[in-house]
Write a protein that binds this ligand. Structure first.
Ligand code: 13P
Length: 258
């Protein structure tokens, strides 16, 4: 009962991760279809688009409550880092959020717990809201080390981040085996992992801060399963891949958070 009250302290955030999808024209089209579906939402709605569509998206959401984010951010302020984008550049273009440490970046682009921490700090210092991702591999779940893996990821992601800054971070729990596979964690598995993350944050920052941090679930969230997942006490939102590429589906998930 008391714990459910705590859910009301937190902002529900439904974020779409478009991954490497959508040209500028396609982005404008989906945003215009999304606008009426997102109006009156009882949660924060964020779309994390490819760098090349950021300017288009920022322009297209003007006058709505939809916010725009990037899918990565480099940790250095500037310099000889060919192909990278800084937090200041993202702020400059009008992005307000940045996904950090997504499992696809950990898997394919050499992202480590240390670089996740560096990127999270860089985003915070620039005034971007980090959506910092954690989650275990299938082999880790099968080996019974989910708690150990997720606890380590949380601890390292938040290293040297003070309580005031930590309170601004959104954590996304994305079990890697549920991403893009159509296999969703059960609502109970999602709740258990999000609660574990909150407990670890409580250990780092105390109850008041940990109760205020938004923790999302991500991994094959869709219009059918969203309501059950989002009803869980410690699941404060969703990070949605495939289903965020269709305005109608994303609209249903936004509605489920209301
Ligand atoms: P899917 O919703 O396509 O499984 O992707 C989840 C995800 O990785 C969001 O960041």
């Amino acid at each position: 009962m008391g714990e459910n009250m705590n859910k009301n302290l937190r902002k529900a955030v439904i974020a779409g991760n478009w991954k490497m999808n959508k040209t500028r024209g396609e982005a404008a089209a989906i945003i215009s279809a999304l606008k009426p579906l997102a109006s009156g939402a009882n949660c924060d709605v964020v779309i994390c688009v490819p760098f090349t569509a950021l300017e288009t998206a920022v322009e297209a959401v003007k006058g709505t409550a939809i916010k725009v984010g990037a899918q990565n951010v480099h940790f250095e302020a500037n310099g000889a880092y060919t192909g990278e984008i800084s937090a200041a550049m993202l702020k400059d273009i009008g992005a307000e959020y940045a996904i950090i440490g997504h499992s696809e970046r950990r898997q394919y682009f050499g992202e480590t717990d240390e670089t996740v921490n560096l990127r999270t700090k860089a985003a915070l210092n620039a005034g971007l809201i980090p959506i910092t991702c954690v989650g275990e591999l299938l082999s880790e779940r099968q080996a019974g080390i989910t708690e150990e893996v997720v606890s380590r990821q949380v601890k390292l992601a938040f290293a040297e981040i003070d309580a005031a800054q930590a309170a601004k971070v959104i954590v996304a729990y994305e079990p890697v085996w549920a991403i893009g596979t159509g296999e969703t964690a059960t609502a109970e598995q999602a709740q258990d992992a999000c609660k574990l993350i909150r407990d670890r944050l409580c250990g780092l920052y105390g109850k008041e801060i940990s109760d205020s941090i938004t923790i999302q679930y991500g991994g094959s969230m869709n219009p059918k399963n969203a309501a059950e997942l989002l009803a869980k006490t410690d699941v404060d939102g969703g990070l949605i891949g495939g289903a965020s590429l269709k305005a109608e589906d994303f609209g249903v998930i936004i509605g489920a958070a209301n």
